[in-house]
Design a binder for this molecule. Structure first.
Ligand SMILES: [Zn+2]
Length: 141
């Protein structure tokens, strides 16, 4: 069997209809750049943490209490005293704005934790992760 036969295998169902082609990793690496436009777009990469926004919020912090860095996921129980210093991160910064709205993604269960900073208090909301596809079927609780 030649090397080419190993890198490309045509797949058939039991009726003999071709259902696909199995391509070796090596061959795929060579082919892929040339057929990009035919491949369904890959899953979007996770956006990088907007650390800059967080730095700006800290710089212009005008709440009557110190900057708070603790995050707690009510969904799976993960907690940290300082999300910035965890390695690996238990929570990833998802968004942050100067108004004091800071949201995190729990790395354990993907829940979204939103901290809202007000003049007198900090409120925290924890929303369990729901797969976009099953969103409509999922019962709300
Ligand atoms: Zn969690």
């Amino acid at each position: 069997m030649s090397k080419n036969d190993d890198s490309l295998t045509e797949l058939f169902d039991k009726e003999g209809n071709q259902i696909g082609v199995l391509i070796s990793a090596d061959l795929w690496a060579q082919i892929k750049p040339h057929i990009k436009q035919f491949i369904p777009s890959e899953a979007p990469k996770e956006r990088p943490e907007p650390i800059k926004d967080w730095e700006i919020l800290k710089e212009y912090w005008d709440f009557p209490y110190p900057v708070d860095t603790d995050v707690h996921c009510e969904h799976c129980g993960t907690r940290t005293e300082n999300w910035e210093t965890d390695t690996p991160r238990k929570f990833k910064l998802a968004s942050c704005n100067l108004g004091g709205l800071v949201s995190f993604k729990c790395q354990q269960c993907n829940a979204r934790i939103v901290k809202k900073h007000f003049k007198n208090e900090i409120t925290v909301e924890c929303t369990p992760y729901i797969d976009e596809k099953s969103k409509n079927m999922e019962a709300r609780y």
